[in-house]
Every structure is written in C-alpha cells, then in structure tokens.
Design a protein around this ligand. Structure first.
Ligand code: FAD
Length: 315
C-alpha cells in the first residue's frame, strides 16, 4: 500500500522508521534484530536508505595507488523485499540520483515494480566523500526534482524508449529541510526548490531531523504559504552520545536548542545522555502529535532500543 494511502486511511498519527542496510558481509539477521523490537507498535512503513559507492585508494607495488570503487552498504532493494515478505509491512526504498544514469534508474524502477514495491523516496544524494560538490553521472540527474519527473513519467506509462504496457504507480516521497539544506543560500530558495519537487509529482515530504519543533512548525507554515499541500512527515532521531552535540550539527546542518545542550553537557555519562535524548524525543513526539502531524518518522540508525522506549511513551 502507498504511504499516502496509509495516511489518508488513518485518523490518528502513524509511526514509521528508517533503517540502514548492514555493512557488507553482515547478514540480513542484523536487520531483523533492529526491526523486531519495533513491530509491536505497528509501523505503517519502513524506509531503507541507499548508499552509493565510495572511492578508496589501495597501495600497489612500487607505491602506486589504485583508485577503487566500493559500496559499503549495498542491498537496499533486497532488504525492502525481505521486509515485505517477512513482516507484511510496506517498505520504502530510497532511490538517489548519484551514481545512476537515467537508464539505470528506469531499470531500478522496473525491478521495484516486479517486486510489488509501490513506494519510493526520491533523493539527489550527497557528493561522494572524495568530492566537494555533487556530480551527476553522465546522463544522470543533477537534482531530485529531475528524478521525481522521471518516476512520474514512468507512472504516466512513458519509459525512456518505449511505452509501458503495465501499470506503474509509484507513490513518491521527497526530502524537506526545516533548517534548510546545507547547499541552499537561504530557506526561501530551498522551499522554492521543494515546491518544484511537489509540482513535478511528489506525493509527500519527509523532513530532515530536527530538535526544535518551532523550526518544523515555521517550515510547515511556509510550505503552506507557498501552496505546498502534501503531507509533511517530521523526521526524529534521539541523541544517544555526547559527541553528537558536535557531529549532528555538522552532518545534518541543523541547530541543537540551548536547553537541550545545557542538559546534555551536565550529564555525568553517556547513559544519562541517552536518557536525556529519549526524554527530549518523547516531548518532541507528543507535541508534534498534538499538532496533528500525519506520521512520526524515526531515524533508528540500527539502534531500536531508544526508539522502542520513545514509542512506549508516545503510542
Ligand atoms: P535536492 O532536492 O535536489 O536539493 C539539493 C540542493 O539543491 C538543495 O540545496 C536545493 O535547494 C538545491 N536545488 C534543488 N533543485 C535545484 C535547482 N533546480 N537549481 C538549483 N538548486 C536546486 N542520502 C543518501 O545518499 N541516501 C539516502 O538514503 C538518503 N536518505 C535521506 C532521507 C531523508 C528523509 C533526508 C532528509 C535526506 C536523505 N539523504 C540520503 C540525504 C540527501 O541525499 C542529501 O541531503 C542531499 O544532499 C540532498 O538531497 P535532496 O533530495 O534533498 O536534493
């Protein structure tokens, strides 16, 4: 079932979460171990992230370096299919522009359709670690909006070089940034680009994580003023270590509220930090739920125990 169908069918706030494929070499059981604790809370859908190639340099004879492309977390589509089979829960694969030509994107969509997957989160992806800026593959997409356009075209029956005889009906999610995307000069420009993804056929928005609900509410109001009327799903992640006070703002280009940092710095160890992170996330979740958000989406990063504690208090 499509994410928007889940939302339209429900009168109350839904729950969903995101997982990462395991590091290459680990078994699918590590995925099940991170999903199992959350099943009792009836997730409506589970997102699976996509991780593109990275380049590493291997030292060869005589000190020459060989540039090698590696994918550390492959398996997004296989994991989605395994989730649907094992749990009978909808899975949402993330599909990115980076590393894909248009033909490869089309083939990926055909695979998804064969597997009965009718949801996709369409993203541009970050630059590869060894490059400063995002570089699309030749004949690939430069922005998520172009990927949304391609998926929407496929939904209309238009494949690249032929018409489809079968039905493609992907429900398309896109990313939104309450504190703006790192490359955007300001929030307003970023929102105009977000609107273009909706105009191109995206059905809903999932936000970057945030710790200050007022930023989410402002973002939602600005979206409304611009005529963005699709469901906006807030993304949440509990803080679990003190080190994240530095790493989260740097990685996600977001602020942490003073009140939260003050409590975290006063914590005597990471156990206490973890507890503060859980309580903060419970407060955020309850407040967002009261405001009528369609779904609460948790970034578990493979650590479901904290999310489980949050869900026990919220749902
Ligand atoms: P876009 O919407 O293309 O925006 C990228 C930047 O370009 C923004 O600054 C935007 O304002 C600007 N822009 C957009 N269109 C135009 C235009 N036409 N002209 C000029 N500027 C423009 N990354 C992964 O690699 N794998 C994942 O699984 C993954 N999952 C994610 C899930 C969520 C919910 C979120 C919020 C992010 C996720 N990311 C993931 C990270 C994401 O790929 C990065 O944040 C990436 O840098 C931007 O992706 P986007 O889809 O928002 O890009």
């Amino acid at each position: 079932m499509k994410v928007t169908e889940h939302i339209n069918k429900s009168k109350s706030t839904l729950f969903s979460f995101e997982i990462l494929p395991p590091i290459k070499g680990r078994s699918i059981n590590s995925i099940y171990e991170s999903i199992d604790p959350l099943i009792e809370f009836n997730p409506s859908f589970i997102n699976v992230t996509y991780h593109r190639e990275e380049f590493i340099y291997k030292t060869k004879e005589l000190g020459f370096l060989e540039k090698v492309s590696v994918r550390k977390r492959p398996g997004t589509v296989g994991i989605c299919s395994a989730i649907i089979n094992k749990y009978k829960i909808d899975a949402v694969p993330h599909l990115i522009c980076g590393g894909f030509t248009k033909e490869e994107t089309e083939n990926a969509l055909i695979d998804l359709q064969y597997l009965g997957i009718d949801n996709v989160l369409a993203l541009r992806g970050d630059p590869v670690k060894t490059e400063r800026d995002f570089v699309p593959k030749i004949s690939g997409h430069a922005y998520a909006v172009d990927l949304v356009k391609q998926i929407n075209n496929v939904n209309q029956g238009n494949l690249l070089d032929t018409e489809s005889v079968d039905d493609f009906e992907f429900c398309i999610g896109v990313a939104g940034y309450p504190e703006k995307h790192i490359e955007s000069p300001n929030l307003e420009m970023d929102l105009i680009n977000l609107k273009s993804k909706i105009d191109a056929g995206a059905d809903y928005i999932v936000t970057q994580l945030f710790y200050d609900n007022s930023k989410f509410f402002e973002f939602k109001n600005k979206c409304k003023e611009l005529g963005i009327n699709v469901p906006i799903i807030p993304g949440l992640k509990p803080i679990s270590t003190l080190n994240q006070i530095k790493s989260i703002p740097k990685t996600f280009n977001i602020d942490l509220p003073f009140e939260l940092c003050d409590m975290l710095y006063k914590a005597k160890d990471d156990n206490e930090v973890n507890q503060i992170g859980i309580e903060w996330c419970i407060k955020q979740s309850k407040d967002l739920m009261k405001s009528g958000v369609p779904c609460l989406h948790y970034y578990t990063m493979g650590k479901s125990e904290s999310v489980k504690k949050i869900l026990k208090n919220v749902f």
